[in-house]
Design a protein around this ligand. Structure first.
Ligand SMILES: [Zn+2]
Length: 302
């Protein structure tokens, strides 16, 4: 990816080295809420409504370990021991920080005009870099869970060691990491458009298994929005080098529920989609660059 020398976002909050709960935040963070009830309701055409209803209320719900799938999967995959990790040198880390800031800036430059075209102002998310653990409006964020987005504070949380983790999972290259960031920004877009709130409401009205299926659509939409980001960014700046899109596709496949669980997870327990679905939706966004095409809610599968 040709990213050097490009604008860096100022919306990055660096909490590295702050020792978990230390620093300016202290304790007392409210945990993410997960409430379930069994009322009936229809899902409708979420994205069309969402484009019109560009608002959000009090946000609820969160997926820690978003790109990988939190919760159930944590029991399935072996978390790497910190001793086994090979931390990047300071110089490498600072290079990665610059990269993150450039990718975030490119998401701002992608989404600002898209929102403007429908008369809306894009409010970009903050991206928090942290290690170990950090307080969030959704409870304690843990590095071991992987990157995630918290709708409650509209921040993306990333531990830079995850980049190494991604490579160990078979997703090599800088563009793989860019895809992860763009996916998390995709969840921010879903929050701004009111999709997240509707999905959370819907999930509370159905069974756990049905809720998983809805959650998968959320994740596939975020993958599509990541592809859309790549499309627009390429048109603006020609950032892509040979092999970049393959890196993105690889990364999407590497974080599929089937791949991560080694096939041990049955379909009804998927929360993010299969490798094939994640690749397809990423490619869908990349090929069309059109937000209306990123609608897994009204399309059963490819
Ligand atoms: Zn996600």
């Amino acid at each position: 990816m040709r990213w050097k020398g490009r604008r860096q976002s100022s919306n990055v909050e660096d909490r590295r080295g702050m020792g978990g709960f230390g620093g300016m935040f202290g304790g007392g963070v409210r945990g993410g809420r997960r409430v379930r009830s069994r009322r009936k309701g229809g899902i409708g055409s979420l994205i069309i409504m969402a484009i019109i209803v560009l608002f959000f209320g009090k946000n609820i719900g969160l997926n820690f370990g978003d790109i990988l799938g939190g919760g159930g999967l944590e029991q399935v995959i072996q978390q790497p021991q910190s001793a086994q990790r090979s931390p990047q040198s300071n110089a490498q880390q600072e290079e990665i920080v610059k990269f993150v800031k450039v990718v975030l800036a490119e998401t701002e430059d992608t989404w600002t005009p898209i929102f403007a075209r429908s008369g809306q102002r894009y409010r970009p998310p903050s991206l928090v870099l942290f290690d170990n653990s950090t307080p969030t409006a959704c409870g304690t964020g843990k590095a071991a869970s992987g990157p995630f987005y918290c709708p409650g504070d509209q921040k993306i949380y990333i531990d830079l060691d995850f980049m190494g983790e991604l490579q160990r999972m078979g997703a090599q290259g800088d563009f793989a990491f860019a895809y992860v960031i763009a996916h998390e920004v995709g969840h921010h877009i879903q929050t701004l458009m009111g999709i997240s709130e509707k999905v959370q409401r819907q999930k509370r009205q159905v069974s756990k298994i049905q809720g998983n299926a809805i959650q998968v659509k959320m994740e596939l939409q975020a993958d599509c929005l990541a592809g859309l980001w790549a499309n627009h960014t390429e048109k603006r700046n020609a950032i892509l080098e040979e092999g970049d899109i393959e890196e993105g596709i690889n990364a999407a496949a590497a974080v599929g529920d089937d791949r991560i669980s080694g096939g041990r997870l049955s379909r009804k327990h998927y929360t993010h989609g299969s490798s094939k679905e994640r690749m397809n939706w990423f490619l869908q966004g990349f090929k069309t660059g059109d937000i209306a095409s990123c609608d897994p809610f009204s399309r059963t599968s490819f």
